[in-house]
Design a protein around this ligand. Structure first.
Ligand code: NAD
Length: 300
């Protein structure tokens, strides 16, 4: 990547630059679709008053509009019933002018996340959380909607190592949002994939074998320099807010400076995976409007 810089021995992977390239590609495709009378559109549903969710939704809507897509937001009070939310999703499912539907998580405690997620039409499920989309990916198919962060991690990796076949990939953290779908994509790339989690006996020992290390645990500074195999590619998905001398800052799950001395390439936090997640939401929405899965690679 032309914009990458170096720290220690490692190339710092510029997620902002890569996200800008992807957004540019999406904007170009959106203008082509608009010329054919189709304006890709994303419905964003927010239930309740969670302040972080409000910020995420605002940023997503801003990004959607910036590439020329249409965005409609629906806000429901925290006391809305699950039936009311399902009725809204049902009407969005049948509205042909809506191509993507995103229900911002977390939902209020009285709602069942799985029931709500599975109510979204799979072809409009731009988060890729519907059981049909998760199932497709689980059996190696990429013709469904794939979770945005996983798509973003793979695009960053592809830029650094176009051919990952045979490499040893270790994933730390296996949530359905990040770790599991990323593991499936790397398996599709031909990697040997090891998934680790809180119950794993020796995560550090597994990490030391990794040519590709994906960290998505939500634990600031979990991965130390001595966990990194020399020459590894490290993708830090973690977003952790920490207080240092009265200042709040965002850090990843990897002790960046230590890891950068051992790795060949590493993503920073912020400026690594985060911008790619938003860009891939736009990519997923474009693919939904084009009626295709999100596993195909954008030509960027
Ligand atoms: P989660 O809490 O749903 O899952 C965390 C996973 O990590 C679990 O599988 C857990 O077993 C594992 N884990 C936790 N501590 C561990 C440890 N000490 N050793 C080994 N495994 C451990 O979290 P999530 O939703 O997958 O998010 C993970 C992190 O990624 C969070 O910091 C989150 O904010 C961040 N995130 C970033 C983006 C982005 O765009 N950059 C997107 C989604 C999530």
């Amino acid at each position: 990547m032309h914009n990458n810089s170096s720290v220690g021995h490692a190339t710092v992977i510029d997620g902002r630059a890569e996200a800008a390239l992807l957004k540019g590609h999406v904007a170009h495709e959106v203008s082509r679709l608009c010329a054919q009378g189709i304006t890709p559109s994303l419905a964003v549903v927010l239930v309740g008053e969670d302040p972080a969710s409000h910020i995420y939704v605002r940023n997503k809507i801003r990004a959607v509009k910036a590439v020329g897509m249409h965005s409609i937001s629906y806000r429901m009070p925290a006391h809305a019933t699950q039936a009311e939310l399902l009725a809204l999703i049902s009407s969005l499912n049948t509205d042909a002018s809506v191509h993507g539907i995103l229900v911002q998580l977390p939902l209020p405690a009285h709602m069942n996340r799985d029931v709500v997620t599975d109510a979204i039409a799979p072809a409009k499920d731009v988060d890729g959380f519907h059981i049909v989309n998760a199932g497709k990916l689980a059996v190696g198919r990429e013709d469904g909607m794939i979770p945005c962060t996983a798509v973003g991690c793979r695009l960053l990796l592809r830029r650094v190592i176009p051919d990952m076949a045979g490499l040893h990939a270790v994933i730390i953290g296996c949530s359905n949002i990040v770790g599991r779908p990323t593991a499936r994509l790397l398996l599709n790339e031909g990697c040997t994939v090891v998934m680790t989690h809180l119950q794993s006996r020796d995560v550090a020992a597994e990490a030391r074998r990794a040519d590709i290390l994906i960290v998505a645990a939500g634990h600031a500074g979990l991965v130390r320099g001595e966990w990194i195999k020399p020459g590894a590619i490290v993708i830090d998905v973690g977003i952790n807010r920490v207080e240092k001398q009265g200042h709040a800052s965002i850090v990843g799950d990897v002790a960046f400076d230590e890891a950068a001395r051992k790795a060949a390439a590493i993503t920073p936090v912020p400026g690594g995976v985060g911008p790619m997640t938003i860009a891939c939401l736009l990519w997923n929405t474009l693919c939904a409007a084009q009626g295709r899965g999100t596993g195909i690679l954008p030509r960027i």
